[in-house]
Design a protein around this ligand. Structure first.
Ligand code: HEC
Length: 119
């Protein structure tokens, strides 16, 4: 999780929205081909992470777990499209959806102590 999934999700979340600094408002959306490619690569990795989570070793026959993993994959595939279409608004919206994908599985499967470390 920490090594495979988290860095890619962070890249997505750091690539949308705005931050307000003393210098003014900064748009975080990708503005170069390189930045969009990085988003695309992160999205592809999220789809792959979903594949890994669905493997029997991780899923252990739990239907809800598989559902959360497929949700994650679906968002990853939509993120791929958004990156290919250079669609900053979709990237922003899907970033919110991605957060819900992570959170809903954690709500169900992470113990409370681990959740507090994450929040
Ligand atoms: C299918 C279920 C599932 C999904 C989806 C999921 N996680 Fe997790 N995650 C877990 C479980 C279970 C753990 C605790 C066990 C572990 O560390 O492997 C965990 C642990 C973590 C940890 C480490 C927490 C700690 O206490 O050290 C991080 C960071 C994390 N997840 C990030 C994410 C992010 C970011 C996403 C979404 C992009 C995500 N996870 C989606 C199930 C999931």
């Amino acid at each position: 999780m920490n090594w495979v999934l988290d860095p890619h999700a962070d890249l997505i979340w750091d690539s949308s929205g705005f931050v307000v600094t003393a210098q003014g408002v900064q748009n975080l959306a990708p503005s170069t081909d390189e930045e969009w490619d990085a988003v695309r690569n992160a999205a592809a990795s999220i789809v792959e992470a979903g594949n890994l989570l669905i493997m029997p070793h991780h899923a252990q026959g739990r239907d809800a777990w598989i559902g959360h993993s497929r949700g994650l994959q679906f968002t990853g595939m939509e993120l791929l499209k958004a990156a290919e279409n250079r669609d900053a608004q979709a990237l922003f919206d899907l970033g919110g959806q991605l957060y819900i994908n992570c959170q809903s599985c954690h709500d169900q499967y992470l113990d409370l102590a681990a959740q507090e470390r994450l929040n």
